[in-house]
Design a binder for this molecule. Structure first.
Ligand code: NAD
Length: 498
């Protein structure tokens, strides 16, 4: 049986962090598995409600007493740049820990996820050093200035699919705008974020960045419904997002919700065939197919459909699936056994709906007990098929065909989600028309997975509420205050003097 080498021994990282000091949770034990072998590699001690209270209190104390919200821009920029450096200096260990619990491919973690995690801090350092304000003068002699103040104590909830890249966007933004934070990683993939928070705590004042660990229904629910939390930034599934927003809503706590997707990748006959093909494979099979941005519904114009699908299947069959630590690997294991079984259950759905299985659709037994799935593709009978409507969140592509631009637009938008869309065509009027009509937060034209951090990122419909990105984060992580002052001595109002 294949037994891949375990990337790192995680025992020393199994703690939460409150007020800069490690805390041992008081809740139950959660086993952590290495997806490439199915072996238990560690145990996470869950933080119960009192542990969460302690972390929130530490953050509040730091917010009120440490001078963190008032820190000068110059000092804050220095600290954020130091955060970037410490991530890059510890890239090997962070990458191994990320790989250990997620099964993400090491070359992708080191080549994309970790550089991005580090860059998130540089980006917000640059952003705040350019920040400017508003001032209004009126003819009655008053001047009003608008000040942005840190929102306070923020709860940051991360998913398991790309913990470092996704959580750092939240951490960097929260800290850049002067907030104190409590982060909760996914209970499946805590190690890389435990290490990250402990590294950042070498640089930050005590209590500014705290960490709690545990299941969503226990640790997460107590955190997001906490009366002392001022903002909730959540990335995860749509069903969970509804619960989180309802709990936060009871406290009137503003939220951003980065949720699921079922993105259409529309390929016209007028597209550059090879580039569209290459990108279609990347957008569904990178990050082991487990990404919110996946181009999971591939809509191909009828005249090139057969050629495109044949070329896709030929490349799909050559994808190197295996040991996430190996440099040649392109697709690693699914993050958990339960999730692997869920993905495979869509093969039965496809069968029941009359879709055609084109390749894959089963576990790779030769790779042992790891959660490996053969990259899978189906031609769907119609866009109403379950595989075209549900977020499968795995290496599973669903093909559809269309005859006209209007048909492609209508099919692409016929989903409860609206995170991203991909459009491939060298015909300008086509890309202009289609990108205008997509009901999604992002439209990528002739390019896949290209993130511009200054621009808003987030979804329409059930893919989210609010946005992440430069201005969007500034708005979310701050409160606006208007201060109005007369510029000349006030003329008495004579009120009560008659
Ligand atoms: P999930 O919703 O199961 O969990 C996300 C996080 O929420 C975890 O930390 C979990 O412990 C926590 N949680 C669960 N229940 C909670 C509750 N009641 N209160 C507070 N916290 C709770 O999601 P997942 O399975 O970890 O991640 C996969 C999902 O995330 C997919 O749907 C994917 O599309 C989505 N995602 C979206 C984006 C985006 O930017 N839009 C990015 C990555 C992943």
């Amino acid at each position: 049986m294949t037994q891949f080498q375990i990337p790192i021994t995680p025992a020393e990282y199994a703690t939460g962090l409150s007020n800069g000091a490690a805390i041992k949770g008081t809740g139950s034990e959660i086993p952590i598995f290495y997806p490439a072998t199915g072996q238990q590699v560690g145990t996470l001690i869950e933080d119960g409600p009192q542990d969460v209270d302690r972390a929130v209190a530490a953050a509040r104390q730091a917010f009120n007493m440490s001078g963190w919200p008032e820190l000068s821009v110059e000092k804050r920029v220095e600290l954020l740049e130091a955060c970037e450096r410490i991530i890059l200096e510890n890239i090997d260990e962070l990458a191994r820990l990320e790989c250990l619990a997620t099964g993400l491919v090491m070359t992708q973690i080191k080549g994309f996820h970790l550089p991005r995690a580090a860059y998130n801090f540089r980006f917000f350092a640059q952003y705040i050093s350019q920040a400017c304000g508003e001032r209004y003068d009126n003819t009655d002699g008053y001047m009003s200035t608008v000040k942005r103040e840190p929102a306070g104590v923020v709860a940051l909830i991360a998913p398991w699919n790309a913990p470092l890249a996704l959580a750092t966007m939240k951490i960097a933004a929260a800290l850049a705008f002067g907030n104190c934070a409590v982060l909760k990683p996914s209970e499946q993939t805590p190690y890389s974020l435990i290490k990250l928070v402990s590294l950042l705590n070498e640089l930050l004042p005590e209590g500014v960045l705290n960490l709690v660990n545990g299941r969503g229904a226990v640790t997460g629910a107590h955190l997001v419904g906490h009366a002392a939390i001022d903002r909730v930034s959540f990335t995860g599934g749509t069903v969970t997002g509804r619960e989180v927003m309802a709990a936060a809503g009871r406290q009137l706590t503003p939220c951003t919700m980065e949720l699921g997707g079922k993105s259409a990748n529309i390929i016209f006959a007028s597209a550059d065939f090879d580039k569209a093909l290459d990108s279609a494979l990347l957008s569904i099979f990178s990050t082991n197919g487990q990404q919110c941005l996946a181009g999971s519904r591939i809509l191909v114009e009828e005249t090139i459909f057969d050629n495109f699908v044949d070329a896709f299947l030929a490349r799909m069959s050559r994808l190197k699936v295996g040991d996430p630590m190996a440099v040649e690997t392109e697709v690693g294991p699914i993050a958990s056994k339960t999730h692997m079984e869920r993905i495979l259950s869509f093969v039965d759905h496809a069968d029941q709906d009359g879709d055609e299985l084109l390749g894959g659709g089963h576990r790779i037994e030769e790779l042992g007990e790891g959660y490996f799935i053969k990259p899978t593709a189906v031609t769907a009978k119609s866009n109403a098929s379950t595989v075209c409507q549900a977020e499968i969140f795995g290496p599973f592509a669903s093909f559809l065909t269309f005859k006209t631009e209007e048909e492609a637009i209508s099919m692409a938008n016929d989903t409860e989600f609206g995170l991203v869309s991909y459009v491939w065509s060298d015909h300008l009027p086509t890309v202009m028309n289609v990108s205008e009509k997509m009901r999604s937060g992002i439209v990528w034209v002739n390019t896949p997975l290209t993130r511009e951090l200054r621009a808003p990122f987030g979804g329409y419909k059930n893919s989210g509420v609010g946005r992440e990105g430069g201005h969007s984060c500034e708005e979310f992580y701050t409160e606006e205050k208007t201060i109005t002052i007369p510029k000349t001595p006030l003329t008495p109002f004579q009120f009560g003097m008659k």
